[in-house]
Design a protein around this ligand. Sequence first.
Ligand code: PMP
Length: 305
Amino acid sequence: MSMQYPEWIWHNGAIKHWAEATTHVMSHALHYGSSVFEGIRTYQTPNGPVIFRLTDHNTRLFASAKIYDMAMPYTVEQVNQACRDVIHANNNTTDYLRPVAYRGLGGFGLSADTPTDLAVATWKMGQYLGASVLEQGIDACVSSWQRFAPNTLPAGAKAGGNYLSGQLVAREARRLGFGEGIALASTGLLSEGAGENLFLVFEGALHTTPVSAALLNGITRNTIITLARDAGVEVVERDLPREYLYLCDELFMCGTAAEITPIRSVDGRQVGTGKPGPVTRRVQELFFGLFEGKTPDKRGWLEAL
Ligand code: PMP
């Protein structure tokens, strides 16, 4: 992903210039993966710019920190405000926020009570998996790498170290010429994409893999489940074997970065007609409708910027 660096970053309570928002090479997180983070999008709506589910994302940030027993020297509302401040500092030119809390400098060793540093960066993400994928879909493969077993690392934490798994899956997929990789859980059943949750359409219902399948409980996943149920679409959270990827009528990935990306083939097998199907399109309409003023925001998900 090429990236244009925005000028300002929020770091430990102050807005700093990009070049000054640095951390020491002896920071704990750099050695041990001890960071927790979020990815949050902003959208333009007819009523002005919004941050999508800001509070839910930062609540998950604190949940991830709790799982890893990492002290958070701020409140959720303070991190929300840091998110708003950094967007304003960059003149509302970005569409993606990245709060990251990490064990910094001071105390070394695995169990050290290293102080927690916090940064909030922002940049322009655009379409994460490439231009026009939302319409055309991507070709995916099942990775040779499995997700970690639930008694090894907690998949429910969005922690830096967990993303070693995602890197193996995503890099293998790209090297083989695929748009994204899908991982199986240690049970051999479907888990999720390298950085996205999975939905498939089978016998008219939407199916998604359960949180027990070593996945991150995505906020986009929750948004889709909620909007689909509101619209009368049946949604089932269930264990799914790999072959359902080949046999389903429709398949898509979702996440803050990926939004709702249709998958047109898996392991060289065409999914359904090879084009985004009616349920996928309906879910895209409901989701993007939130930002177009077409889907009512019943739950206060569109938060003021
Ligand atoms: N799974 C993984 C591993 C992810 O990194 C992400 C992106 N945060 C997701 C799922 C989707 O989560 P969300 O919808 O909250 O962005």
